[in-house]
Write a protein that binds this ligand. Structure first.
Ligand code: COA
Ligand code: MG
Length: 304
């Protein structure tokens, strides 16, 4: 499985950014037709995205296209035009503002038809953006809506608007949140989305951090997202990629700690013990599972 740590959003109408994105270290490149594109450039953005997809070699990347929300006049054309022209190149369609499993069914059915017509030999995946109160309320059902679903992504800006939260930052958690609420305000919705994703074997992806010059804030935000179970984070600027990749890659220290746990538990097992103490900390079978998961992830990334 390819990693899904950094997901770079790239405005669909800005051709020069497409090449820059392709040559970046982001795991996923998301060519955007929604909020980074002004309404009068939607048609041009579609054409530009199709051109970039056809003209450049995207083999090394996971490629996604974010369509407009389904309650706009743009979404149906986004799907049909992009997928008909370049559906064999893209891996994933990102659907904004999913409110209901029916939103996923609609896109999935449309993709069925285009794939049959064009004879594509691989199924396009769906990333569902959870960024409204209605979407969050229905998130467990949304996460089961289709086998095409690959990931859920939390959209903090639109979610804030949807619940009428105070506009204190555009950057999501990590940016001055402590002054407003102990812990962070987005813990509940983010964790609820993560739970629905993981119960259905999906990736859970965090919202982008808007203040792209504040790399320390980004680091804090990504670390919090990682701590609550996210697999990656959207980024909006190339400068954010390295920090996010780093946070979502097991560190040398993490790997060392996991190895200590694995070795200690193995030794304990030989002595017929379940739980043991190592350096004043309890280690048991649950700790073993956590360590094993991290070890597997590190192995998968070629780090051990
Ligand atoms: N993808 C690819 N390249 C990008 C990029 C992106 N998201 N954001 C910036 N770049 C490029 C710029 O084109 C510039 O390239 P150059 O050095 O070849 O000229 C370089 O990175 C440095 O950019 P910089 O000047 O620091 O930023 P900017 O002022 O041009 O752009 C933003 C700032 C926020 C407008 C821009 O990063 C952006 O549009 N981000 C994406 C927004 C988005 O997708 N929003 C919706 C999803 S939430
Ligand atoms: Mg949004």
């Amino acid at each position: 499985m390819k990693p899904n740590r950094s997901n770079l959003s790239v405005p669909g109408h800005v051709k020069k950014m497409h090449g820059k994105a392709l040559n970046s270290a982001a795991d996923v490149i998301m060519l955007d037709l929604e909020d980074s594109v002004p309404p009068d450039k939607k048609t041009m953005a579609r054409e530009t995205i199709i051109q970039s997809l056809l003209d450049m070699n995207w083999n090394k990347k996971t490629v996604a296209v974010r369509i407009n929300a389904l309650d706009t006049p743009f979404a149906y054309k986004d799907i049909i035009e992009i997928v008909e022209a370049a559906g064999n190149i893209i891996h994933r369609i990102v659907i904004p503002k999913i409110n209901h499993p029916g939103d996923v069914h609609f896109v999935s059915r449309l993709l069925d038809g285009i794939e049959m017509d064009k004879g594509f030999n691989r199924e396009i995946q769906i990333e569902a953006s959870i960024e409204t109160a209605r979407g969050l309320e229905a998130v467990s059902r949304i996460a089961k809506a289709s086998l095409r679903l690959k990931s859920l992504v939390f959209g903090v800006a639109d979610y804030s608007e949807s619940i009428g939260a105070k506009l204190t930052s555009i950057s999501g958690h990590g940016d001055n949140e402590e002054k407003l609420y102990p812990g962070h305000r987005w813990h509940y919705p983010l964790s609820k989305m993560v739970m629905a994703a993981k119960a259905n074997d999906l990736f859970a992806i965090d919202a982008p951090y808007g203040h792209f010059k504040d790399l320390e804030g980004l680091r804090r935000s990504a670390a919090m997202a990682s701590a609550v179970g996210c697999d990656g984070k959207w980024v909006i600027h190339p400068d954010q990629i390295d920090v996010v990749n780093q946070i979502f890659t097991p560190s040398t220290e993490d790997i060392k700690r996991a190895k200590t746990v694995l070795d200690a538990i193995e030794a304990a097992g030989h002595k017929g013990k379940g739980a043991i103490g190592v350096d004043g900390k309890m280690i048991d079978q649950a700790t073993l599972r956590l360590a094993k998961k991290l070890w597997d992830q590190a192995s998968h990334m070629g780090l051990v």
